[in-house]
Design a protein around this ligand. Structure first.
Ligand SMILES: [Fe+2]
Length: 324
């Protein structure tokens, strides 16, 4: 299995490896089928930009590092429901949001690495909610790398899942952090720290962020984690950056936009080359990443010419030159 841009789909060589859904979560196409060109056009029309496919090169890559897809879709539902409640001025679905958070925590606690499903695999209307879920999932892995306990992880995930909810009521983009803060802090079951995540997620360590331009120690670590993960997720899903390029951008923010400890934890928690990524080794050989084991930046790779698999964690002299 591997992710490809939908424009690279080849009916002769590729099968769909995961179902494709529309914005109402109806299955448009089931897994293990090829996609007829007419359907492909339809998928592009609803805003789907990426597919998860199986082909000869990706054979044997199980993507078991990827988040469980039904759980992912359920938590996306929880976020969508929360936004809809705020919009309709109805009771906030507190319990469902907390259930979603618990499920994300369970995913992260039970596995060495959880790769978010790219939100580009979804219809346009669901992307903002998928973005929120992916930010929360990435943040939880950073929190885990920093040794957070379950309570800390919960407050972190609630804030990350709802970091942009102020967009529902704010008149202007710059007003959404404060609107989100006020909304979250009005809910007794949520921690004030979760509210501050929404308030501060566009701030930076050097005081150039918004809405308040806070800096230094006032910039809470939870909000910094949310800021890093929000930046990364936007680079991947909106700007279409490759994960290793997005990682470079994140590393460049160290000590400028975010504390070095937070950035270091991000590097320890998120792989630059997810399974299924085609890479070129420094030797000039082409390879594909097959697995992430315990070291996020040193995956297991398979050479395309020989089929030989090598763990980069066990072979420190072998280097990845880039994507191919
Ligand atoms: Fe935001």
């Amino acid at each position: 299995m591997r992710f490809i841009p939908i424009t690279e789909y080849n009916e002769q060589a590729m099968m769909l490896a995961q179902p494709v859904y529309d914005n109402k979560r109806r299955m448009l196409l089931a897994a293990n089928n090829t996609i007829h060109p007419r359907y492909l056009e339809k998928l592009i029309q609803v805003g789907i930009k990426q597919l998860i496919i199986e082909d000869a090169e990706s054979k044997g890559i199980t993507l078991e590092e990827m988040m469980d897809m039904p759980t992912w879709m359920d938590v996306i539902d929880n976020v969508q429901e929360a936004y809809a409640a705020v919009k309709a001025k109805k009771a906030f679905p507190i319990r469902n949001v907390l259930t979603g958070v618990s499920r994300l925590i369970r995913e992260v606690q039970s596995r060495p690495v959880v790769i978010p499903v790219p939100s580009r695999t979804l219809a346009e209307e669901l992307k903002p909610y998928a973005h929120a879920v992916n930010v929360a999932l990435l943040a939880l892995q950073v929190g885990k790398a920093l040794g957070y306990n379950d309570l800390m992880l919960r407050d972190l995930a609630v804030g990350c899942l709802l970091h942009d909810i102020g967009k529902v009521t704010a008149q202007q983009e710059t007003g959404h952090p404060e609107a989100g803060f006020n909304l979250i802090r009005g809910i007794r079951e949520f921690s004030l720290l979760s509210a501050h995540i929404a308030y501060q997620h566009h701030e930076t360590l050097d005081g150039h962020g918004y809405p308040r331009g806070i800096s230094g120690a006032t910039f809470h670590e939870y909000a910094q984690i949310c800021g890093v993960c929000n930046l990364y997720e936007n680079l991947i899903s909106v700007q279409d950056a490759a994960p290793h390029d997005a990682m470079e951008r994140i590393m460049a923010t160290s000590s400028i936009n975010y504390n070095a400890d937070v950035v270091k934890a991000f590097v320890r928690a998120v792989p630059s080359y997810p399974p299924g990524t085609k890479i070129r080794m420094q030797t000039g050989d082409n390879a594909i990443v097959t697995k992430i084991t315990d070291h996020m930046q040193r995956p297991v790779v398979r050479y395309l010419t020989t089929g030989q698999e090598v763990s980069l964690a066990d072979n420190p002299t072998l280097m990845i030159a880039g994507c191919c």
